[in-house]
Ligand binder design. Structure first.
Ligand code: PEP
Ligand code: MG
Length: 458
């Protein structure tokens, strides 16, 4: 990267031919690789691959499609201005010790992904260039970053880490135990995942099922629409690995902070309230049908349930179910096996809360998405870090909504769970159980703490 001839060639192309930097790097890379390949010396010939590799990585960085993770040898603390969910989901998790970002909000999908991956993350830090390569400590519990710690601090923080590990060890003793209160009320304790690779964490933490598979991450990881076959493989693998335990797959919830270039979505003034999730699926039905076919085909290999996001009307549920039935008919005609899956919806808009009595008659279950429900109830953009301190999922309006949804769900014969981040808040476990919640779905690392909280209840 510091080779002057290489850099001169790139600069000259940009200035002389007025072409973009990505093209100049790619063309220079090709030319130099070709030049090395033509050399007599075997050692120099082998350098052609290095030049290609460097150029490809540089092009990826310039295009914003690569975070250059390949270059990382040992695991590092990743510091960045901001991280999009699409970048986070593509990271090699074994190379990242923690994230630190200048921007972002603790309710964003990047933060949720970090929680799912069990990686400490701190946001809102004024990152300095000169920190690169230094030793640092990231404390995800307190949201602090210490650069160049002295011996005493290192010792103190290492002790904190060992202490944390001991607590985790104690929690691991709860594996294999039931999630049940002292008086015998059983709660189904499931996990939230973003992809196939998260299942290992669910099993390690003894999740009783998957309560939310955010299927849109399959789309975020991809450069183009994932095919029916690719999706089928992913859903089938999760269903099989969970060995008959419930796997609730949420259909595509794209939009707002989860943006995918190849959808060519128009820029909107209010994307969180815009063209997203079920609205896209009911409008661009070919995308929806492909996903439903893949899901139904995978249902033959385990215990899959299908859940529709961002519902605001009975009409949307009826339309989604109608399309699901059409896809089933198609599969039957082609002699492709599927199971009769449970169908549920996310309750994450105030509209859905208020019509939950009617909605319950149409579905098998509700899963309350408290992240969006808080955002829409309080009219607070969950992405806006300035509002983090007043984004309050404990607000009485949110808690009363949850109570109402549970009561209406039960009255209509639907089971009710919570899959938003609030489900893992152990200060509310007792309240949720008292309200009659049937299921809690949380990031894998929160399964055992929530089990402990439920078991500690009378
Ligand atoms: C929610 O809104 O609470 C939810 C679980 O969905 P997401 O966080 O993916 O929007
Ligand atoms: Mg949501």
């Amino acid at each position: 990267m510091e080779d002057e001839d290489y850099l001169d060639s790139i600069y000259n192309m940009i200035r002389g031919e007025l072409i973009n930097a990505e093209y100049a790097v790619a063309a220079t890379g090709d030319n130099f690789a070709e030049m090395f390949a033509q050399m007599d010396d075997a050692y120099m010939q082998a350098r052609a691959a290095d030049v290609r590799d460097i150029s490809e990585r540089l092009v990826a960085v310039l295009c914003g499609t690569g975070t250059d993770m390949h270059a990382l040898g040992e695991p590092v603390i990743l510091m960045a201005d901001d991280l999009a969910p699409s970048e986070t989901v593509q990271m090699d998790k074994s190379k990242i010790l923690s994230f630190v970002t200048r921007h972002g909000s603790s309710n964003s999908h990047t933060a949720i992904l970090a929680r799912t991956m069990n990686i400490p993350a701190v946001i809102g830090i004024d990152i300095r260039e000169e920190w690169a390569g230094k030793t640092a400590i990231v404390d995800g519990y307190t949201g602090t970053v210490i650069i160049d710690p002295d011996e005493t601090t290192l010792e103190k923080m290492s002790a904190k880490m060992r202490d944390d590990e001991r607590k985790q060890q104690l929690l691991r003793e709860l594996r294999g135990k039931e999630t049940i209160t002292g008086s015998g009320k059983k709660i189904h304790l499931y996990a939230n995942i973003g992809g196939v690779s998260d299942v290992a964490q669910v099993l390690q933490n003894d999740g009783e099922g998957i309560g939310l598979f955010r299927s849109e991450f399959l789309y975020l990881e991809s450069d183009t629409f994932p095919t029916e076959e690719e999706q089928f493989k992913a859903y089938k693998m999760v269903a099989q690995n969970m060995a008959g335990k419930k796997v609730v797959v949420r259909t595509l919830d794209i939009g707002a902070d989860k943006q995918v270039d190849y959808f060519n979505l128009e820029k909107e003034d209010n994307p969180a309230m815009g063209y997203r999730a079920i609205r896209i699926c009911l409008d661009r039905q070919e995308i929806f049908r492909t996903q439903l076919r893949a899901l139904l085909r995978a249902s033959a290999f385990g215990n899959i349930s299908i859940m529709f996001p961002m519902i605001i009307s009975v009409q949307e549920v009826l339309e989604s179910k109608r399309i699901l039935e059409e896809v089933k008919t198609e599969l039957r005609e082609q002699n492709i096996p599927y199971k009769d899956v449970e169908v549920g919806i996310m309750i994450e808009t105030p509209a859905a809360v208020w019509i939950s009595e009617e909605l319950a008659k149409e579905v098998d279950f509700f899963s309350i998405g408290t992240n969006d429900l808080t955002q829409y109830t309080l009219a607070i953009d969950r992405q806006n870090p300035k509002l983090d301190s007043i984004y309050d999922p404990h607000h009485p309006a949110v808690l009363r909504s949850i109570r109402m949804v549970i009561e209406n769900g039960h009255r209509g014969g639907a089971w009710v769970g919570i899959c938003g981040e609030l489900g893992a808040d152990t200060s509310l476990t007792e309240t949720f159980v008292e309200m009659g919640i049937d299921e809690l779905s949380v990031s894998p690392s929160f399964i055992l703490p929530v089990r402990e909280a439920v078991r500690n209840l009378r």
